[in-house]
Ligand binder design. Structure first.
Ligand code: SF4
Length: 160
């Protein structure tokens, strides 16, 4: 997997102070996308083991407590990204107790593959659906257009 950017301290993409990773690769191609340079899977630079260690270190940094990790892009649920993102999420779960994990995806939950669901099931919150310009509004929390949903995955689990 490649990534475009990593912000070790971010207060925009999710609640609280967070570490935010912008992965490369998105097949949705939404008109008006805020980050179209992330669309090609080969854009950006490789997400290496060293980067995983950096994320873990930042999330555990007592000097600047982070509430959690944000995964966005690009699309962390792009089929080509799922395995690498899942490996990162498993490391964060094991080594960063108390941190939440949010992800933004252009897929809708009802259409996910089993592999995508296995990853989603390890997350706390997913903002799903493509960006639709005609439904865009600056007043929406954590989402760009009204069709997108902020879904608490833990609540879904409890409802099953
Ligand atoms: S899903 Fe997100 S990153 Fe992908 S094209 Fe749509 S707005 Fe851009």
């Amino acid at each position: 997997m490649n990534y475009q950017q990593y912000f070790p301290r971010d207060v925009v993409n999710g609640p609280g102070v967070r570490c935010t990773l912008f992965v490369s690769g998105c097949e949705h191609r939404c008109p008006g996308c805020y980050n179209a340079r992330t669309w090609p899977l080969a854009s950006g630079v490789p997400f290496t083991e060293t980067m995983i260690e950096q994320v873990i270190t930042d999330l555990n940094d007592p000097a600047i407590p982070r509430r959690g990790l944000t995964l966005t892009g690009g699309d962390p649920l792009h089929p080509a990204n799922v395995a690498a993102v899942e490996a990162l999420v498993c490391r964060v779960r094991a080594e960063c107790p108390g941190r939440d994990i949010w992800a933004w995806t252009g897929y809708v939950l009802e259409a996910l593959t089993p592999a995508q669901w296995r990853l989603v099931d390890r997350l706390d919150t997913v903002v799903d659906g493509p960006f639709i310009q005609a439904q865009a509004s600056p007043g929406l929390s954590w989402r760009g257009s009204a069709n997108q949903r902020v879904i608490n995955i833990r609540m879904l689990d409890n409802a099953e």
